[in-house]
Design a protein around this ligand. Structure first.
Ligand code: ZN
Length: 151
């Protein structure tokens, strides 16, 4: 974010808060060159977002990736494309409403599992088995029993 006074390209963020409507984030910044302070507004849906993978590597947030994972889990289940897209929208909104610019892939996986659990047991177990990579059949059965007991 360029300093409006000296045009230096680096600044530090002093304070971040969401605007009342929740549609953008207001940041109070201080220029690292001239130390003058200024305020910027960033729209939530324009802000870049990084996903921290299990190995610590980062990649750009991909809505398509979540969508593909869910479509695989919901294959041949009575779940419409519209429902799946609606869930992906919800998840994206949830993630973007936080102030962090980074989210772990684990957290995204948990969000997807929460939504699928409410929606369809089979889709949930499929997703969870890929996502959690059940190492043995016992863990898998435990999870199934947990579902049968009533969520
Ligand atoms: Zn400056």
């Amino acid at each position: 974010m360029r300093c409006p006074f000296c045009l230096h390209s680096d600044s530090k963020v002093l304070d971040s808060r969401q605007t009342e409507e929740g549609a953008s984030i207001r940041r109070r910044r201080e220029c690292t060159a001239c130390s003058k302070r200024f305020t910027t507004y960033e729209r939530l849906d324009e802000m870049p977002f990084l996903v921290i993978k299990k190995d610590g590597g980062r990649e750009a947030f991909s809505r398509t990736k979540i969508l593909n994972g869910m479509m695989r889990a919901c294959e041949k289940r009575p779940i419409s494309m519209e429902t799946i897209e609606g869930i992906v929208d919800e998840i994206e909104r949830e993630i973007r409403s936080g102030l962090d610019r980074e989210v772990t892939s684990e957290h995204i996986g948990e969000l997807v599992m929460d939504k699928l659990r409410e929606l369809d047991d089979v889709a949930y177990v499929r997703f969870a088995s890929v996502y959690r990579q059940f190492k043995d059949i016992d863990r898998f059965i435990e999870e199934l029993q947990r579902i049968r007991k009533g969520k």
